[in-house]
Structure formats: C-alpha cells, structure tokens
Design a protein around this ligand. Sequence first.
Ligand code: FMN
Ligand code: 173
Length: 346
Amino acid sequence: MSQRTLRGFEAEARARLEPAHYDYFAGGAGDEATLRANEAAFARLGLVPRVLRGAAKLQTGVTLLGSRAAMPVLVAPTAFHRLADPEGERATARAVAAAETIMIVSMAATVAVEDVAAAAPGAELWFQLYVQPDLAFTEKIVRRAEAAGCKALVVTVDSPVLGRRERDLRNAFHDLPEHLCCENLRDGDRVRPVVMTPELSWEHIDRLGVMTSLPIVLKGITHPADARLALDHHASAIMVSNHGGRQLDGMPATIDLLPDVVAAVGGAVPVLLDGGVRRGTDVLKALALGAAAVAVGRPVIWGLAADGERGVSRVLGLLRAEIEHALVLCGRASVHELDVSMVRPC
Ligand SMILES: Cc1cc2nc3c(=O)[nH]c(=O)nc-3n(C[C@H](O)[C@H](O)[C@H](O)COP(=O)(O)O)c2cc1C
Ligand SMILES: O=C(O)C(=O)c1ccccc1
C-alpha cells in the first residue's frame, strides 16, 4: 500500500496497532516539541551536489568499532517489539542480518538477547544498557549480552528518570500485557522492572569500563563539554541523541546539536546520531556534518508492525536505495566522501 516511503509505513502501522501502543511508539515527552524538531531540522538543511564526477560504482559500507555495516544506518534500541509483531525482536534481527547492518538490542526487549542472537546468526548485535541501581544485577545483564555475542555496550545516559510521556499518561499505558515481559531482566524466577538510576554519573561509566572489555558507546550525549568528558572516560563512541524527543522536551534537534559535538570530539572517536532520520538524504546530511553513521528508531517499529520481518527489511531496503540514489545525485561515489561544504540552509 503506502509502503514506498518510511513515512508510508507509519500510516500502515498505525492502522494495525492498538491505539495506546501506537501512541507509546510514536509519542514524545511534554509538548512533543523535540519530537517534531528532529524531523523539521533535517527539512531545513539542503544538500548542494557536485556534478560531472562520474560516480558510477557506489560504496555505502562503514566499519564501526570493528562491526561492519553495509550502510551507515543502524537500528536504534527500541523497547517492546512484541507489541508490534509476535516474533518481535527476532524478526527485527533477521531483517537486520539480511540488510547486513547492526541492531542495538534494547535492554527492554521482549525477547531475550540470547534468543535474538540465535534467531539471526548473521546479525551484528550491540546491546543497550540502562544502568540499574543494583550494580551486581547490572553486571549480570552485561555478562548475558557478552555471552550472546554482542559487540558493544551502548549505555543510555539521557534517562536518569523517564520522560513524561503525556500520551501514555492519557492512555494509562504503563505495563506490558500479561504474556510479555522484559526478558533481559529475568532474575531467577522473577522479572525485575526496568529501573532508572537518578544518581547515574561518570563513576558508573568508569565502573562499566572495568566490568567489561566491550567498547562502550554513550548514547544521549548532546553537550560538547560532555563529549569531551566522554573521551576522558574512555568512551569508544558517542551517540548524539535526544531519545527521539521522549526524554527532555525542549531539546534542540539532534542534527542541529551534531556539529558542536563533532568539533569537541575532534575525530578521536566515531560520533553517531539518531532522531528524525526518515530519508536517505537525511543520512547524507548527518554524515556530511560529521556523523560516522545514524540510527533509526520508529521507522523500524513501523516496518515491524506493518509487515513483520518483511516490513523491517523493506524499511532498511528503502533507506539503502535512497542513500545510493542521493549519493549519485550528489556526485559522490562513497559515504566517506561527504563533507560540510555540501550542506546549506534550505
Ligand atoms: C518506542 C521507543 C522505544 C525506545 N526504547 C528505547 C530503549 O529501550 N533504550 C534506549 O536507549 N532508547 C530507546 N528509545 C530511543 C531510541 O533509541 C532512539 O534514540 C530514537 O527512537 C531515535 O529517534 P527516531 O525514532 O526519530 O528515529 C526508544 C524509542 C522509541 C520510539
Ligand atoms: O520508551 C523508551 O523510550 C524507553 O527508553 C524505555 C525505558 C524503559 C523501559 C522501556 C522503554
């Protein structure tokens, strides 16, 4: 049907999902100003092509922290995939394996990380962690992710408390249905709730560095001063993210925050970005402004809700095709040839 664009998938997903579940996936915090800003800011940037450069053979692949991706688009960690499709994160991982990219498995997944890995043997998996106040339990989760073969630990640092999502409050959505749970939080014969850690600090990041030999990615760095601190604390990569507008409403769009973070990092580690990426041209804009790759959150959920594994495959395939098309039109043969000179206000 309307499955020719990422936005078309949202309409399809909305028609299929329970309204409260659609609102959970789609919504943001507060007035949703940041949610809207992420997409709007991409629309305000233009791409200035070069011409007559004979770019026939295209190169879209990137290597991030030793993980290979056939395109500079990762799957952002999002919770509760089984609300969108019975196979949930298994289906997502299979589509990610077929697209040869990287899935950041949410700690709040509804399929255990071991089962996600088993369902998609070829998939490159990274694991997203919310540091739990109980550090011994946090360590158990980290060990599970390591043993399942995850190649990086993505620590979300923008959520000392959960954002105030007014759609969820209105819908009284705060629990998963009976038959689902956060499988990564099983502890003996119970399942612990996801708990945020208001006391989260750089000390926790240092502790994680001792706890694991996996590269640590800090997700939710937006201030250049924090980007510099991330380097001091041995982060292997930074993800510029406002959590898709779901945490602090009123934050600027991530694409507008990116240049200052890139400048602060000075090429020391890769800088990733998520928030509002809906087109191949958005990917090129982010890379031109210094991102090593981007991640997509909601579009993957829309694909999953619309058509399961096939829907996610289609979403990732559309992005890949749009990136290639935009690259040729920009006169570039490779995603490594993009630079800030090609971005202007629209
Ligand atoms: C439904 C939903 C669930 C999410 N769950 C998580 C999560 O468990 N952990 C996390 O670090 N980020 C989570 N995020 C944030 C995403 O990783 C990402 O930052 C955001 O979705 C990117 O914006 P986009 O949806 O506009 O692509 C979630 C986002 C959504 C929409
Ligand atoms: O919904 C989210 O954005 C999110 O990050 C989250 C946090 C805790 C549990 C599940 C999802």
